[in-house]
Design a protein around this ligand. Structure first.
Ligand code: SAM
Length: 305
């Protein structure tokens, strides 16, 4: 019997299983990590292709029992998985921040999530998840998979995506980068000028600025907790951005407390102007542009974590 709560949708099409294994580019020397092996149909083929398969599975009736999100993962060369979709976000970042390097992960996702992962600037689905993931990895769409390839069929179609961690990994402060993107994507179609004029944003940045100044000024290091933008979630942009305003003309929304900030607001605006970012929108900015803007902020002593 299938456990719906565990996202158990078994791949019933053996040709599709073959195709995934083939596209993964497995070498005979590879240690393979499989997440959610279920009944082992994919596992069997992975064993034929690689040297060793380490499988983590929630359901105790199957292989090694454990929650992949709570399990310390071993060293592996490649990860191949038809995952339960409810763990898409945390699992992807668990893999991206895995301490030992691996060649790639080939993962089945819900179609829309997959399209968000691979979206480019200007694409409709381009969002914080796209920018965040693509900073750490090269992501490509491998295969469209209709829902009828599963038993029982899930509600939505799927896609197989290849995730190749960048080598070397980018030298960014993860918290700083995440805090920065959270602000930029408060409204992805707003101009950055409008976003960074918001009182809540200016106040948060000013608080961080003052904390840092105090720390620098004191040998004992008065370590205050940095303020981060609280936009209601702790994920790395992996949630649906459905609550994001998609239109460009909601200026009332943005007028929240424009009076605040004063001098510090000027400082923030000057950074945007210096880089020519005031009229730009996150929905169209490339990863390089985001990195550049963050570096300009940091150069002025403005931090996001
Ligand atoms: N690999 C099989 C296939 O392709 O036919 C089954 C894939 S099914 C979509 C996902 C599997 O992941 C289920 O067997 C489920 O029990 C397991 N699972 C769900 N949550 C998990 C978790 N947090 N950690 C490990 N396995 C999990």
């Amino acid at each position: 019997s299938f456990h719906k709560s565990k996202g158990q949708h078994i791949l019933k099409n053996p040709l599709l299983v073959d195709s995934i294994v083939q596209k993964a580019g497995i070498k005979s020397t590879d240690v393979i990590l499989e997440i959610g092996p279920g009944t082992g149909n994919l596992t069997k083929k992975l064993l034929e292709a690689g040297k060793e398969v380490i499988a983590v599975e929630l359901d105790s009736r199957m292989v090694i029992q454990g929650d992949v999100l709570k399990t310390e993962l071993p060293r592996f060369d490649i990860c191949v998985a038809n995952i339960p979709y409810q763990i898409s976000s945390p699992l992807t970042f668990k893999l991206l921040f895995h301490p030992t390097s691996f060649r790639c992960a080939v993962i089945m996702y819900q179609r829309e999530f997959a399209m968000r992962l691979v979206a480019q600037p200007g694409d409709n689905l381009y969002c914080r998840l796209s920018v965040n993931t693509q900073l750490y990895a090269r992501v490509s769409h491998l295969l469209k998979v209709g829902k009828n390839n599963f038993r029982p069929p899930p509600k939505v179609d799927s896609s197989v995506v290849r995730i190749e961690p960048r080598k070397p990994q980018p030298q960014v402060n993860k918290k700083e980068w995440d805090g920065f993107l959270r602000v930029c994507f408060i409204r992805k179609n707003k101009t950055l000028g409008a976003i960074f004029r918001q009182k809540s944003v200016v106040l948060m940045l000013e608080k961080n600025f003052k904390t840092l100044q105090a720390v620098l000024a004191s040998l004992n290091g008065v370590t205050g907790e940095a303020a981060v933008m609280d936009v209601g979630d702790q994920s790395m942009g992996m949630e649906d951005d459905d609550n994001e305003m998609e239109d460009d003309d909601e200026d009332m929304e943005m007028d929240e407390g424009q009076g605040g900030g004063g001098e510090f607001k000027e400082k923030v605006m000057n950074v945007l102007k210096e880089g020519g970012f005031e009229e730009k929108r996150s929905s169209k900015l490339s990863q390089q542009e985001f990195l550049y803007l963050l570096s300009l902020f940091n150069k002025s002593g403005i931090h996001f974590s």
